[in-house]
Design a protein around this ligand. Sequence first.
Ligand code: K7E
Ligand code: CUA
Length: 637
Amino acid sequence: MSEEKNPNETSSAIRPSRRAFVKGSVALGAGVVGASGLLQRENGNSAIDQLLGVSTARAASKRRGLKYEVPPGKLDSYYGFWSGGQSGEIRIVGVPSMREIKRIPVFNRDSASGWGRDDYSEQLLGGRSSGDTHHVHLSYDNGTYDGRYVYVNDKAGGRLARVNCTTMECDAITEIPNSQGTHGIFPQRHKTGLVLCNAEFRTPQPNNGDDLDDPKKYGAMHTAVDGESMEVQWQVLIEGNLDLCATDYEGKYSFATCYNSEEAVTLEGMMAADRDWLYVFNLPAIEKAVKQGRTIVVGDGSVPVVDARGDNGPYVQRIPVPKSPHGVNVDPTGKYAVCSGKLSPTVSVVDIGKLDDVFAGKIKPRDAVVAEPEVGLGPLHTAFDNRGNGYTSIFIDSVITKWNIAKAIEAFNDESVDPIVQKIDVHYQVGHTNASMSETREADGNWLVALCKFSKDRFLNVGPLHAENDQLIDISGENMKLVHDGPAYSEPHDCVLVRRDIIHPEKITPRVGPRFEYYEKLAKEDGINLLTDSKVIRKGKNKVRVYLTSVAPIFALREFRVKSGDEVQVIQTNLDSVEDLSHGFCMSKHDVNFVVNPRDTRSMTFTAGEPGVYWYYCPWFCHALHLEMRGRMIVEA
Ligand code: K7E
Ligand code: CUA
């Protein structure tokens, strides 16, 4: 391998890159002066102005490219919502700076905030502590983001979670029944309606110990969850597996790639056929069947299941596409669904306008495919600009291929037409790619992110587990330009880039929602006003509730007394209404630590240890006397 080569080779590898660096810094310097001068003239030097002044910025970008440095005091133009993969979280990354601004724990436990261990989130997680998040999508209205919710899947646990953008905190987790490997998810785009969820793993249906060894009896569910109530509405049982998911813009169809039309349970079996499918689900037809009770019982029968195995309409159609497709993405015009071959060097462009005819039996499913350009080896996902181009991540070749949709359609019948615009190297093994507002009607063609699975040689060596490499590419001009490398901890799969004017979180906790209902209920039981009272209340022989308010830099209780072995619930309310002034509660030697944001209430329950004195303290630096913000839990025998 090249890392183990002799020192001469190493130094020769360094020399050219040093030259490149010197050259690069000269060019960069010139670029900075030019770009900042330009911004001052045109847009008052604000990144968002640059974003919104599309026509002038576009003309400028042709010459110089977009400005990607975000200097101190300036804000990013986009909220990037990243999945966190095996970390089980969501991350908010500012784009174009690629600064990670926040981590939102969802399926994981988080030591800093206490998520997964404080009483409310522990209930929400049902005691589980890990997840595998792949796909983040926001709720929609009328074809673009409405800025209210972020949905994310848990492939490991078969769940769907929602983050409320008001507080950027998870407010609901839904277990998907009869499913394993909940992978692709996508919300409807005409309004905040259903969130469709794909089961990537086929399992016996029902999975109750019968039919363990008969793969013909296995199946997978396409599940509809209501995006407001987060309740499962219905499921469609289908024979093949379901990988990525997409929806149209009208609320009529949802899509799922299927890489295992063979219905196999081994790798060889799953790769056997030359063609697999893009499943197209007819949502109104399915809802009608559910309403009329044309459903079957699977598992505990709590959710109506439409059996679409072998169905060729009205519920589902199978569009044959080359070998083991992975991603499916709908372009911003809503006309085309593009799915990637993974084991074929092509992407297939499905004309959504022809699907009515497919369902009516007027044309064959394959006739809905209107283009199949060769984009490179191992195509995975496609993003779009607002100028009719697709950008497909190519895993094996480690490139992003820019191609023109209209030309690809021409090329389908005329080999002399070349739809490929440009290929740009990325580093290495790119998985997802996404572009600014790409999944909406407001795609703006400014930025593209390539989420590379390998970062070998790109960052300081930090041992066997490497970072991923999230690369930022300027797509505003004719040619893509790679402008930034950003390391990411394991392992973001996907991200969406959302214009910042769409997202409006509160800075002070609004005391509403299910978490506050939970605390208000406790307080009512005990005759407590959370905003004024601090009190120790014994609840039976071995149970104590400690209500505690805090104002920087003091806890209202300087001490409280419990008995060794008591179950102690500390419920803390932060009375400060100052932005950024978080307190929290950490109990020494008791594995208790949680944050309490301005005007927030949170709690944690623990067992009081051996008799003695235990200091509790505020773990968030809140005041010059923050270190003094503490008290004693006195544990009596
Ligand atoms: Cu990694 Cu979207 Cu789970 Cu493709 S998926 S890369
Ligand atoms: Cu309150 Cu530190």
